[in-house]
Design a protein around this ligand. Structure first.
Ligand code: ADE
Length: 224
């Protein structure tokens, strides 16, 4: 799967390109991440790509032309790419959406800054708008990295041993608790059942804990 990222801050993506699950996917040639500096598509010597908003108000708006030119350039080689704009107005990023996106071969991620992009880009150039939650962050880059990480986990062989099948949301629930050595610390012990060696009982306990925690912390998951 190829991610082409349109951004004013390409260096930020070294955070996922160099370490962790995404880096592993890149090493195995299952993923690639290309960044495109939007300023390279500016038509002025200041390399400016934004303008003041019509109607007045605070902040700046990212202009249509550089974004449109950059998308066109990427699509010369990958005409089938799906263009995703990261924005708080988008559909929520969920496990289900990550599974769906993991089926795509090439995705263009458009990262907004300032007040976002000119709405005509959203109307004409963007296929999907995706949000990572009901809050505002200072740009689409962190949201794009969250999306890439969760989608990458769902691409076969990126994680060893199909580990992503164990992601708790694959069952639609929060995860059960985990414990490791030592058995007792400061008077706190590991639940007996996990030391029993009885796998069916362990599985049943984990399922029951996942249900209980989901009910307590995210009851809407059970309603689904
Ligand atoms: N850009 C700013 N806030 C965002 C959010 N919540 N999700 C995706 N992109 C964003």
């Amino acid at each position: 799967m190829i991610f082409d990222i349109i951004t004013l801050f390409p260096q930020m993506f070294s955070a996922i390109r160099d370490e962790g699950v995404v880096a592993r996917g890149i090493k195995k040639s299952l993923l690639s991440i290309n960044t495109w500096q939007l300023r390279d598509f500016a038509d002025n010597k200041y390399r400016s790509v934004d303008g003041a908003p019509y109607g007045g108000g605070a902040g700046m708006v990212m202009q249509v032309k550089p974004i449109r030119d950059c998308i066109a350039k990427i699509k010369q080689k990958k005409p089938q790419s799906t263009v995703i704009y990261l924005s708080p107005q988008g559909e929520k990023l969920t496990h289900k959406l990550a599974l769906e996106l993991a089926n795509l071969n090439s995705v263009i991620l458009l990262c907004g800054r300032y007040e976002g992009v000119d709405e005509r880009v959203v109307e004409h150039d963007v296929d999907r708008e995706v949000s990572i939650g009901d809050y505002v962050i200072s740009g689409g880059e962190l949201a794009a990295m969250v999306l890439i990480d969760t989608v990458a986990r769902q691409i076969p062989k990126v994680l060893g041993n199909s580990a992503s099948l164990n992601d708790s949301f694959a069952q639609g629930l929060l995860d059960h608790p985990h414990y490791t050595r030592p058995e007792i610390i400061d008077g706190q012990s590991v639940p007996e059942v996990l030391l029993s060696g009885h796998q069916a009982n362990i599985d049943a306990w984990r399922k029951q804990q996942a249900l209980k925690i989901s009910q307590q912390k995210c009851p809407y998951l059970l309603k689904k």
